[in-house]
Design a binder for this molecule. Structure first.
Ligand SMILES: Nc1ncnc2c1ncn2[C@@H]1O[C@H](COP(=O)(O)OP(=O)(O)OP(=O)(O)O)[C@@H](O)[C@H]1O
Length: 315
């Protein structure tokens, strides 16, 4: 658990972070979101002591980070940044093995860990381990950055706009990967972004920041349903917040399940249980139908979703 208590950071006369209180539970993804200059990165960098705080307390599992040796602290906190920070003259394997090396793991264990992480992040140990950062695409480099942050099996991950420089498709792919990996590893994560859709997608809870303060801290659904102020409402975008709400729920949550799986009609479009309600609505509009079958991975029809169920998502 990470606790920020009355944290302030000043740069000269600028108050970058203004007395914030924030608790991040073990295993949750807390996303700090807000417009440029609101104090997100400064907050993150005080947690691993890259920046000293002006006042307040930051506790990790009850211990003040100022009482922990900075190097030991950072070995337990993976850090991923937008520009990856990979060493250009080191191979991918050496970059990922940096922390295991600092932790003095034997060479064999280090190599195994590098291969395991390359596989976890969807890279190929055979071909990618020996490459240099300039031989990677932006998306691949970012995967290596995440692998490096996970290498020493830290309890905490700090991610500062890690997907900010990627094109929309790669970005969405890496967000999906992050959700998959997070389900498996359950790291306590603090994630900074200015992209509200990214925040809604990845967060267990979102902390909305403005001018150095946290103005709302809640689950994505609660923030969408009850924005605390006009500022939060604008950040969410009034035009499509209904669709954003639909994006948070899955077909599996609202479908009418058949007592037994059935054979689907041969020419129907089917949904998966993991599809969002937004995807379901889009498919119904496209197909011009009022209900769609839900198919299992094996292809049998396990239930149906009706359009009116989607439209009742905001009671
Ligand atoms: N090293 C510094 N020296 C002086 N002022 C700084 C420094 N770092 C940050 N600031 C100021 O502190 C405020 C918060 O900056 P911070 O980088 O935390 O914002 P941010 O929300 O992460 O923004 P962005 O999304 O643009 O990265 C800004 O007004 C910024 O100009």
């Amino acid at each position: 658990m990470i606790e920020l208590k009355g944290i302030t950071r000043r740069f000269g006369k600028t108050v970058a972070v203004d007395g914030i209180d924030l608790t991040i539970e073990t295993g949750e993804v807390c996303v700090l979101v807000g417009s440029s200059g609101c104090g997100k990165s400064t907050t993150l960098r005080m947690i691993n002591r890259l920046l000293p705080r002006s006042s307040g307390e930051i506790l990790v599992d009850g211990e003040d980070v100022n009482d922990i040796d900075p190097q030991a602290l950072r070995l337990n906190m993976g850090y991923v940044i937008q520009s990856t920070g990979l060493f250009p003259h080191w191979t991918v394997a050496r970059n990922i093995g940096l922390v295991p090396d600092l932790l003095k793991w034997p060479a064999r264990r280090r190599e195994q860990r590098v291969n395991e992480l390359l596989t976890l992040l969807g890279l190929d140990p055979e071909t990618d381990a020996a490459r240099f950062p300039h031989q990677l695409s932006g998306g691949q480099a970012q995967r290596v950055g995440v692998a490096r942050a996970l290498a020493g099996d830290p309890n905490i991950l700090l991610m500062d706009e890690p997907f900010g420089a990627l094109d929309a498709i790669t970005r969405e792919l890496l967000q999906q990967e992050m959700l998959r990996i997070q389900k498996q590893l359950n790291k306590t994560t603090v994630f900074v972004t200015h992209d509200i859709d990214e925040a809604l997608r990845l967060a267990t809870r979102i902390a909305v920041m403005d001018q150095g303060q946290i103005i709302q801290h809640d689950t994505p659904e609660a923030i969408l349903r009850q924005p605390a102020s006009a500022f939060v409402e604008n950040l969410l975008g009034r035009g499509d917040r209904g669709l954003k709400l639909l994006a948070l729920r899955t077909v599996g949550e609202v479908m009418e399940r058949h007592p037994e799986p059935r054979r689907p009609a041969s020419d129907t479009t089917g949904l998966n249980e993991a599809d969002s309600l937004r995807v379901a609505l889009s498919a119904m509009v496209w197909e011009n139908v009022t209900q769609l079958p839900v198919l299992s991975k094996a292809g049998s029809e396990v239930g149906i979703v009706k359009r009116e169920q989607l439209l009742q998502v905001r009671p």
